[in-house]
Design a protein around this ligand. Sequence first.
Ligand code: GRF
Length: 201
Amino acid sequence: MNKAGLNLAIFASGNGSNFAAIVKAVKQKKIKVNSVILVCDKPEALVVKRAQKAKIQVILINRQDFAGRDDFEEAIIQRLKNYKIDLIALAGFMRILSASFVRRYRNRIMNIHPSLLPDFKGAHAIRDAFDQKAAFTGVTVHFIDEEVDNGPIILQQKIKISKKDTLTSLEKRIHTVEHKLYPEAIKLFIRAKQKHRKLTL
Ligand code: GRF
C-alpha cells in the first residue's frame, strides 16, 4: 500500500450490490483506495455490467474455461500480479478457494457473510436463520482461512428478526447492513496498514 491508498480487488460472481457499495464509498472518498478491479468468474453476472457502468476494470476468468480449480486459481494469481493488490474483498464470490490460495494471501482476503458467524455458515444463511425462527441474525466481515465461512472476525453487526419479518424483508435489512459494514471493515484494514507503516518507517 502506498500513500495514495490501497489497491483493491473485489471478487464477485452475481448481483454485486456489495461491490457497488464499496465502489460508491471509494468514489465518495470515504475509503482511501488507489485502484479497484473486479474479478469475476461468470461472464453473464450482473456485477460485470455494474463494473462497466462505474468504469471499473473487469478481469473475467470464466471457471468453465478451466479443467480444475488449480488452473483457475493460477490464472487469477497471474492476472493479479499486474495490479500489486493489497486486499481481496470477496463479495458474493461463489467459489471455494483452495488452502494454498488462502495461504498465499493470508490476512489479505476478506469475506462478507450474512449471519453472525459462527452461526449459520453456508450458502443459505439468511433463509436458515429465518426458517429456524432465530431471535437474531446479523452480518460478519472476516478474514478467510482454510475452512469455509471461518477465520478472524473484523466486524459484526447483530440484527433482530422480528415477528413481522418475511424472508424478503429480512434479506433487505441484512443487505442494507452489509453495504455499510463492508466499507467500514475495509477502512479499518487501511487504518491498520497505515499505522503499521508509521511504526516500521
Ligand atoms: C451477500 O449477502 C453476501 O453476504 C454473501 O453473498 C451475497 C452477495 O450479494 N456472501 P451481492 O452480490 O453483493 O448483492
